[in-house]
Each structure stands twice: as structure tokens, then as C-alpha cells.
Design a binder for this molecule. Structure first.
Ligand code: AMP
Length: 229
């Protein structure tokens, strides 16, 4: 049975970082809608032109566009063994369509990363993106000063345009409005889990592993009971 994980949380909750870890641990694909859209904007594709304005102001891109992007991505062979979704779904409508798409595959394991608004603000204002390799950094080097260069490739580090304080406030408001009802929607799923995202990253990864292993057991149990009916 494929392993399909959905990570939900406010911007800066660590979804991207943890999705990278889960990809490595479980050998599944990472599907980050934010990364896909940023690539489209940078490459000036027609999709990029459609989403650039919403992204720059911290609004959500429309459901129809997002569903089209994800439907195409999840139809590729590399996700057959499973995936970890980072940044999708963000609305109840997106979640409903994803559930429909998974009817003939394994149900998703939705996991919320809980982080306070103050912590998210602090993280996002420090966050830097490498222009060379695209890696995200926490902003401070181990000595506690602001990091200037990417420790992996030496590229310059820049702030993501939507990590500006005003845009971050907007993104947090959007999260409350659109995504909090999404969490309510997922609470009814058999495999729903919630993890404290304010712990150090390695502890969050451990907690995610434990939650996923438990949720997998529950999904299998539910599937075998359904088959027996
Ligand atoms: P992220 O990197 O996940 O914070 O996404 C960056 C931006 O891309 C968001 O602020 C939205 O404008 C857009 N975006 C990414 N995923 C979605 C989604 N599932 N639904 C709507 N907009 C999205």
C-alpha cells in the first residue's frame, strides 16, 4: 500500500524541511506546490504568469488552478510508491478533490504541524533562500549571526519576497481563514495526526515517524475491515 502523507501547518511551520526528511526516510516523492509555483514564476511559464500576483501578495492561488497542477503531478510514475505533500491541500475544496483522487489508491495521512504565531513570525523573518541551489536556511549561522552564504553551494542568500513582514501577516490571516476549516475536515479521517512543530527539527522528525507508523497501522486495519464486509 502506497504511503501518502499530507503536511499541514502555517507558513514557517517546517513543512518543507520535514517533507525532505520524510522523502529520505520512506523513499517517497516530495511534492511541494509552493516550490512548483516558484519555479513556474522564475521560468516565466504561462502558469507562472497566472499565479505570480497572488503569491507576491500572500493570497492563495485559486482552487481550480491548484487542483489541475496537483492532478497532473500525482499522475506521474514517481509518486506510485507514495508522496509527501507540502503546501497542498490548503482549502477544504482541495482536500475533497484529493480524497477523490485517492479513491483507487491508499488514503492520505493528514498531519498538522502545530507552531505558535509568534514563533512562525520569528522564523519567517529570519528565513533565507539560496539563489544557487534553492535550499532554505534558518537565517542564523551556528555562531548566532546572520548567515550570508549557502553552506552547501556558497550561493548568495536572499529573503523570499513573500517573507516580508506585511506579506507574512497576510499569509497567516489566509491560513486562519482557509486552512483552519481544512484541519477540521481532516479531524474526521482515521489517520489524522497532530505534532508539536516548535521542537528542534530532529525531534519533529522523530515525532512524525511515530505518528506515521501508527497512522499506517490504522489505515491498514480500516482497509482490511472494509474488505471483510
Ligand atoms: P508555500 O511555499 O507553501 O508557502 O507557498 C507559497 C505561495 O504559493 C502561497 O502563499 C500561495 O500563494 C501559493 N500556494 C502554494 N500552494 C498553494 C495551494 N495549495 N493553494 C493555493 N495557493 C498555494
Amino acid at each position: 500500500m502506497s504511503l501518502n502523507i499530507v503536511l499541514i501547518g502555517p507558513p514557517g511551520a517546517g513543512k518543507g524541511t520535514q517533507a525532505d526528511q520524510l522523502r529520505r526516510i520512506y523513499g517517497i516523492s516530495k511534492v511541494s506546490t509552493g516550490e512548483m509555483l516558484r519555479d513556474a514564476v522564475n521560468a516565466r511559464t504561462p502558469l507562472g504568469a497566472r499565479v505570480a500576483e497572488a503569491m507576491a501578495s500572500g493570497r492563495l492561488v485559486g482552487d481550480a488552478v491548484m487542483i489541475e497542477v496537483v492532478r497532473e503531478r500525482l499522475s506521474r510514475p514517481d509518486v506510485a510508491a507514495g508522496y509527501v505533500l507540502d503546501g497542498f491541500p490548503r482549502t477544504v475544496e482541495q482536500a475533497r478533490v484529493l480524497d477523490e483522487m485517492m479513491m483507487r489508491r491508499a488514503p492520505v495521512i493528514p498531519i498538522v504541524l502545530r507552531v505558535s504565531e509568534g514563533e512562525v513570525m520569528r522564523r519567517l523573518l529570519q528565513r533565507r533562500l539560496c539563489v544557487g541551489c534553492g535550499l532554505t536556511w534558518g537565517g542564523l549561522d551556528p555562531g548566532g549571526t546572520v548567515q550570508q552564504r549557502c553552506a552547501r553551494c556558497g550561493g548568495a542568500l536572499v529573503r523570499r519576497p513573500d517573507d516580508d513582514a506585511d506579506v507574512v501577516r497576510n499569509r497567516l490571516r489566509v491560513f486562519e481563514e482557509a486552512t483552519v476549516p481544512l484541519i477540521e475536515y481532516y479531524r474526521g479521517h482515521v489517520a489524522f495526526a497532530s505534532v508539536d512543530g516548535s521542537q528542534p527539527p530532529s525531534r519533529v522528525t522523530e515525532a512524525l515517524r511515530a505518528a506515521i507508523d501508527k497512522a499506517r497501522g490504522m489505515v491498514r486495519h480500516a482497509a482490511s475491515q472494509q474488505a471483510a464486509r
